[in-house]
Design a protein around this ligand. Sequence first.
Ligand code: GAR
Length: 223
Amino acid sequence: MKRRVAILISGRGSNMTALIEAAKAQDFPAEIVVVIANKADAAGLAKARDSGVATVTIESKPFGKDRAGFEAKLQSALDDYRVDLICLGGFMRLFTTAFVQRWHGRMLNIHPSLLPSFPGLDPHGQALRAGVKISGATVHFVIPETDAGPIVMQGAIAVRDDDTAETLAARVLEIEHRIYPDALRLVASGAVDLEGDVCRTTADASCGAGLISPAVLRPKAQK
Ligand code: GAR
C-alpha cells in the first residue's frame, strides 16, 4: 500500500513539483494525495492543480498568533485526505510542539544547507559569510526546534569563490530536487529507523569518490 502524502507549501513549490513527478513512477512507495498552502497566492497551487493533485488553502494570516487554531484546520484537512506522511516544501510557518509531536516520525522538511550548519533564514548568505567550501541540502524529520531533527539524507555541492546567495541557491536547489524524492522513497518504503536524534537507513551510503573543494590541480609528473 502506498503511503498517503500531503505536501505543505507557502510559495513557488519547486520541491513539491519534484515530489509530484517522482511519485508518478509506478514503483514509488508514496502518492501525493493533497497539496496544502497557507497562502492563497502560493504559486505552487496552480502547478499542483495542473498535475492533477488536489489542493487546499488554509490562510494562516487571519489566525495571527493563534497557531493551535490554524493547526486544528490543518489537521482536519489532513484527516479528510487520510494523510500518513507530511512533506514540508518551503512551508514558512512554525508549528506548536503539540502538532510536531503528533506527527513525530511522519513529517519531513527540506532545508538548503548541510544541517546543523546554517538553520533559519538566509542559509546561503550564512554559508558564504562563513566561507565554507562545500554546501548542500538536508532532508530531516521535523522536531520542535526549527530546521533541526534526525537527518534522512544530505546532498553536497562545491561553493565557488564568485558565488552569490542567488547562484549558490540555484545549484543547491538542483540537489534539493534530487534528494527530497529519494528521501521520501526511503521513508515511505520503511527503509529508515529513528534512534533518538539519529536516523538509520538500510540504504547504501557508499557514494564513491568524496567531494573535495576547491580541487587542486597538480602539474603533470616530469618525464
Ligand atoms: C527551498 O529552497 C527549501 O529548501 C527552503 O525554501 C525553499 C522553497 O522552495 N526551505 C527552508 O528554507 C526551510 N527552512 P520551493 O517552494 O521552490 O520548494
